[in-house]
Structures are given as C-alpha cells and as structure tokens.
Design a protein around this ligand. Structure first.
Ligand SMILES: [Zn+2]
Length: 99
C-alpha cells in the first residue's frame, strides 16, 4: 500500500482517489511532485531556486516545503498554478526595481 500525503494541505487521498490509486493502472496520476507544479507555473525547482521556492511554498501553503518533497494533491496544484505566476511576477518587478 502506498502511503502518500499532500505536502501542501496535508490531506491524504480520499477513498475514491485511494481506490483508483491502489486498484487501477492510473495510480496516483494526479498527485504529482510539487516541483512539477512549480515548473508549470513558470518557476522550476532547482538547486539555485530552492531557497526562493521554499519561501514561495510557505507563502502558498503556510507550511514548509519538505526536505524530500513528495506529492501535491490536485487541488493544491491548481492553487499553485493560480497563485504562483502573479507572485513570481511581483518578485521580478521588485528585482528589476533595484537596477
Ligand atoms: Zn493538497
């Protein structure tokens, strides 16, 4: 049995997701690594951006990005895709203001 938990909201798969995850080939296809959501939102999680990603993750979810991040549930991925781009833009604007 897979034991997965969302790094964002802390929830575990609900019964439907669990049944599908455990009993079908689809698995937990919609539960994906936080780095993937960050990359889709335009901010890849790399060594160089790690510190900034941790701060953004905290701003998004009010909790720390785990050292070895695991999964974000579909809702938290949606939240990331909605919220992260304006936050990054704000960051860029601020950075450019220094020059
Ligand atoms: Zn979640």
């Amino acid at each position: 049995m897979t034991s997965i938990q969302c790094d964002g909201c802390g929830r575990k798969p609900n019964l439907w997701e669990w049944l599908r995850g455990e009993l079908t080939d689809a698995g937990y296809a919609e539960w994906r690594h936080p780095g993937l959501a960050f990359r889709e939102a335009g901010y890849p999680l790399t060594h160089a951006t790690r510190a900034r990603c941790e701060a953004l993750f905290y701003a998004l979810f009010g909790r720390a990005l785990p050292e070895d991040a695991g999964f974000l549930c579909p809702q938290c991925q949606d939240w990331t895709l909605q919220q992260l781009p304006p936050m990054i833009q704000h960051d860029l604007d601020r950075t450019q203001a220094y020059y």
